[in-house]
Design a protein around this ligand. Structure first.
Ligand code: FRU
Length: 492
């Protein structure tokens, strides 16, 4: 990629692969992330999108349908997958897992009440022949009451939740749910009396199906897999606002016999330490738009220290894991690289992760959306896609105006600026996400349901939105189709 006038050149990244257990961590640099602002149109007026159309999702209409018929708030969701991220139906039923919360809560209060719920629907029906809301039946909560809190030594928590993860399916309807157990210790005023405690967990269960739908048994034993070590992955003592969650497991054909996991973490420094380096800034020698290291790391940018973690299973039943060094850091770039996943295509490895406009560091700006990095292995010198920026697909956003909030949009913002979050990239480049808010300051509607599925064309260092998919680029709402079908006796 070449420099845009007034902006630095992006960092040179080789895409070269390193052994998964080596200590090479690729960097999403400030020079890379400043390409986001470089591609924003400074002349875009109020409520217009300032970002290139090819990296912007089509606008979601405010008339969107609700997938649970008003029963629960729904956000982060995922299908039943195998070690290659193929998506399965089971005995004719598609099954998805979603974070859910009671509709009597405000949508922004959901995080401390999240539980894992599930939905099912008949497999094999094209999206345009389903009900507009995707045609899912809500099956209820996945786990027996209370078991996901048993892991915490300190049982005095005020709130205990189940956060994101992924679900693997095995022979005979056996499943393993990977998720994040979080305990909050808050007083009556809602302040933390001690930092939240997050653990990456796995629980085995069994999926059963009949003519009426599916249900689960098991999930009584919950294995703690990982808690942040304070060495590669920041913990609550180092930063009460640390991020540690969202496990996604997979196998790498280049390293047969091993199962890996990516997850959301932070670089393990004490909050506020001016820790980012020249390499994190990533400017080429002599770049006239380079920043001064001391200026950057003494600014608030030092508080934004995201990484994507890697771990490897140390037993066959995936109940014991070991940390490896992070595969990506975004030091002084953003504080959150959430729900990471590894996606393989044409011999390349794509690391997808979601990030917020509000979590970018001082001096960096970019839309709410899904970001992507391409390399030759799971640990490689990842090249951020699309002009070196990393943006795969963003919400329509105007970077010339303030971010606003999902509960109080900025007057000048595009109505789609909070239309989608928690994107999950599926086989064939399909992407599902949940709706947070659609509309403008004077007229907006909260989501709490899955939005329309879109499709990305993924090729080399370029990822673009397929506007020929569905209706002008918008596919079915809550459309999470299986691309594989497991029947009794199928070996997965
Ligand atoms: C993304 C996310 C996840 C987390 C969940 C908690 O939407 O922040 O990282 O698991 O939401 O609600």
């Amino acid at each position: 990629p070449r420099a845009v006038e007034g902006f630095p050149e992006p960092t040179v990244h080789s895409q070269e692969a390193h052994p998964p257990d080596s200590d090479f961590t690729s960097r999403w640099t400030r020079a890379d992330a400043r390409q986001l602002k470089a591609m924003s149109d400074p002349a875009a007026g109020p409520r217009e999108n300032s970002m290139p159309e090819e990296y912007t999702a089509p606008t979601v209409p405010i008339s969107f349908p609700d997938m649970s018929g008003g029963r629960v708030w729904v956000w982060d969701s995922w299908p039943l997958t195998d070690s290659a991220a193929d998506q399965y139906s089971f005995k004719g039923w598609e099954v998805i897992f979603s974070l859910v919360a009671d509709r009597n809560l405000g949508f922004d209060d959901r995080h401390t009440y999240a539980k894992l719920g599930y939905f099912f629907r008949k497999a094999g029906i094209p999206a345009d022949q389903r009900p507009e809301n995707g045609g899912w039946t809500y099956g209820g909560l996945v786990f027996p009451e209370g078991v996901s809190g048993e892991v915490f030594e300190d049982q005095s928590f005020s709130h205990q939740t189940e956060w994101s993860g992924s679900t693997r399916i095995f022979k005979g309807g056996n499943v393993k749910v990977f998720y994040t157990a979080v305990a909050f210790y808050r007083n009556a005023q809602g302040e933390d009396v001690k930092p939240a405690d997050a653990r990456i967990m796995m629980t085995p269960g069994k999926l059963k199906a009949d003519a009426n739908g599916v249900r689960f048994t098991g999930f009584e034993i919950h294995h703690e897999l990982l808690k942040p070590d304070g060495k590669w992955y920041q913990n609550g003592e180092q930063n009460p606002y640390y991020n540690f969650r969202d496990p996604f497991t997979f196998k790498d054909p280049a390293h047969p016999g091993k199962t890996y996991m990516v997850f959301e973490g932070n670089t393990a420094t004490v909050r506020g330490t001016p820790a980012c380096t020249e390499e994190d800034l990533g400017y080429r020698p002599g770049d006239p738009h380079a920043e001064d290291l001391e200026t950057v790391r003494s600014s608030d940018a030092r508080l934004q220290m995201a990484n994507v973690g890697l771990a490897v299973a140390t037993n066959d039943d995936l109940s014991s894991w070991r940390f490896l060094p992070p595969i990506l850091s975004a030091n002084c770039v953003t504080d959150q690289t959430e729900r990471p996943q590894i996606y393989m295509k044409d011999g390349k490895y794509y690391l997808f992760t979601i990030s917020h406009r509000s979590t970018f560091a001082e001096g960096i700006d970019g839309p709410e959306g899904v970001y992507a990095f391409v390399g030759n292995g799971i640990r490689s010198d990842y090249q951020p896609v699309n002009r070196g920026s990393g943006l795969a697909v963003g919400n329509p956003t105007n970077l010339n105006y303030a971010t606003g909030f999902p509960f109080d949009p900025d007057y000048n913002q595009h109505p789609g600026t909070f239309q989608a979050y928690s994107h999950y990239v599926m086989p064939g480049g399909l992407v599902q996400s949940f709706i947070d808010t659609v509309g403008t300051k004077d007229s907006f509607r909260r989501g709490g349901t899955l939005g329309p599925t879109i499709r990305l064309d993924i090729s080399g260092e370029t990822i673009t939105v397929d506007r020929s998919y569905g209706d002008g680029g918008l596919g079915g709402y809550a459309d999470i189709p299986a691309n594989r079908h497991a029947n009794p006796g199928t070996f997965i």
